[in-house]
Design a protein. Structure first.
Length: 304
């Protein structure tokens, strides 16, 4: 019996060809990636449209992952690997726990399920209903959003409600941008497959998708854990202001430092402004143009 790391290939949700880090054992191939440093494993499962987790390993007989039913598995696996590489190469973070934790994804969760989530242990993706969403793992910014929920949980621990919850959501969207910097849109690759050009959210124009982009328009509600997917528009707009003035390279250092060094479970928007300013001061100096740009970014959304 020879078990070995192998390289497979297949097509993603958008019919895009890609190679895959797989594993072969006893003539069966698995979406099981053992190529990361310090034994960081990435593995992908399918719930076979049930709701029990993790479900079953995604397997193939010849390492050619070309069936339409495998496209969501292919992308969940490939994109989890890309997000792992981003956190390791850009921030020297070894998986979401910074200790090589296995990154597990399950696709084909539920039936016509228009959601994706981190459940505290793994990522979970629905197939969408084909109208609102197609398979949600088909977007790199979605995968980065979900895995960043895990990073946040292990670092700042931002409580998923009201302002701390909107920050939790915003940091996931912002790192979604850092992984997919071609546009300031979230989920555009899997949202409404029948309509082009729209998205779930926009960092540059939150109000285009019904989100506030100034503190004057903060939405006081108890639904959606206190409006975490609504009020994230305010810190998202501040992030857009920051990125467009200082650039991605500096912004991602400042955001990662704020998330991992300064933010706490109960941080509110004002504290996030302070954490990002302190991070900018630490990295680029308190009198720097970078510092002043972060200050202006948050002034513009009415958070002091
Ligand atoms: C689609 C969806 C529904 C409910 C919660 C989330 C969630 O993860 O907060 C969710 O995923 C996203 O927002 C990703 C970025 C597109
Ligand atoms: Zn989220």
């Amino acid at each position: 019996v020879t078990d070995a790391a192998t390289t497979g290939s297949g097509y993603g949700v958008l019919d895009d060809y890609k190679t895959l880090n797989t594993y072969s054992s006893n003539g069966t191939y698995y979406l099981y990636d053992v190529t990361k440093p310090m034994n960081g494993v990435i593995e992908t499962f399918t719930a076979q449209n049930g709701s029990s987790l993790p479900g079953y390993y995604s397997v193939d007989s010849n390492n050619s992952w070309t069936a339409y039913s495998q496209a969501a598995d292919v992308d969940a696996h490939a994109y989890a690997g890309k997000v792992y590489d981003y956190y390791k190469n850009t921030h020297n973070r070894n998986s979401f726990d910074n200790n090589g934790a296995t990154i597990r994804s399950t696709v084909h969760y539920g039936s016509n399920y228009n959601n994706a989530f981190w459940n505290g242990s793994q990522m979970v993706y629905g197939d969408g209903d084909g109208s609102t969403f197609t398979s949600l793992s088909g977007a790199l910014d979605v995968v980065a959003h979900e895995l960043t929920h895990a990073v946040t949980e292990r670092t700042a621990g931002l409580q998923y409600q009201y302002q701390s919850g909107a920050l939790n959501e915003s940091f996931s969207d912002v790192f979604g941008y850092f992984l997919d910097p071609g546009d300031y849109l979230m989920g555009e690759d899997v949202y409404t497959p029948g309509i082009s050009g729209d998205a779930l959210r926009s960092l540059s124009n939150p109000s285009k998708y019904g989100q506030p982009e100034h503190m004057n328009n903060y939405v006081n509600t108890s639904s959606d854990n206190g409006g975490v997917h609504t009020n994230s528009g305010i810190p998202n707009k501040a992030a857009y202001n920051t990125i467009s003035s200082i650039g991605k390279a500096k912004a991602e250092k400042i955001y990662y430092r704020a998330l991992t060094v300064y933010l706490t479970p109960t941080s509110n928007f004002s504290y996030a402004r302070a954490a990002l300013l302190q991070s900018a001061a630490d990295l680029y100096g308190s009198g720097s143009s970078t510092y002043n740009s972060v200050k202006a970014a948050w002034d513009a959304v009415g958070v002091y």
